[in-house]
Ligand binder design. Structure first.
Ligand code: E4P
Length: 213
């Protein structure tokens, strides 16, 4: 499973990419709004240090303006993936962008039906929002796993990004469910590194070493 980082913070991306484990970035309008730069400036900065796919979302919800924004975002760098909401115009836009060779990430996906439609429309990535499903009492990771199985069974090319990840347990479940990618927030990535037995183990090694030296 590949790891993307789910943030628009350049500093966070820079810090975590130094670990050598990040293969892409996802942003969304809420994440971009937390930064002091425009979406275009943010995408430019991120793509200057990340070679893998960098998802940037359109704001428009109608076909013509989605296409206009998508083409503008893609002109910033060739590794920009255009994030499009799973609505009727979004499907239409995704299928046009596929013909233009522009990669898309169909976002705000909450069901297997929506995911299948996205894949048929030619989405490069499909992002089920696991945490937001959990919030309404639906097992989000089960939906993500069902989507992976359906894509596999029907031999569809789209990749599943487990999104709206809230904790390290979500990430472990995404691995078990064979999601192609998990897009993980900065704080969850930090928590994934930590284990109390690692800290206790280091301390014991140092104590034993210092007794003898
Ligand atoms: C994914 O592409 C989205 O940016 C993100 O995972 C949404 O997560 P949230 O539900 O925590 O806002």
């Amino acid at each position: 499973m590949r790891f993307f980082i789910d943030t628009a913070s350049f500093d966070n991306i820079k810090e975590i990419s130094s670990w050598g484990i990040i293969e892409g970035v996802t942003t969304n309008p809420s994440l971009v709004s937390k930064e002091n730069l425009s979406l275009q400036e943010i995408v430019k900065k991120i793509t200057s240090i990340i070679d893998g796919p960098v998802s940037a979302e359109v704001i428009a919800t109608d076909y013509d303006n989605m296409l206009k924004e998508a083409r503008e975002l893609h002109s910033i760098a060739s590794n920009v993936v255009v994030k499009i909401p799973l609505i009727e115009d979004g499907l239409k836009a995704a299928s046009t962008l596929k013909k233009e060779g522009i990669k898309t990430n169909l976002t705000l996906v909450f069901s297997v039906n929506q995911a299948l439609l996205a894949a048929k429309a030619g989405a490069t990535y499909v992002s089920p929002f696991v945490g937001r499903l959990d919030d309404i009492g639906v097992d989000g990771m089960k939906i993500a796993g069902d989507i992976v199985e359906a894509f596999d069974y029907y031999d569809l090319d789209s990749e599943v990004i487990a999104a709206s990840i809230r904790n390290p347990a979500h990430v472990e479940e995404a691995i078990k469910r064979k999601c192609h990618v998990a897009t993980v927030p900065y704080d969850v990535l930090k928590k994934m590194v930590e284990h109390p037995l690692t800290d206790i183990g280091i301390q014991k090694f140092l104590d034993d070493w210092n007794k003898k030296n």
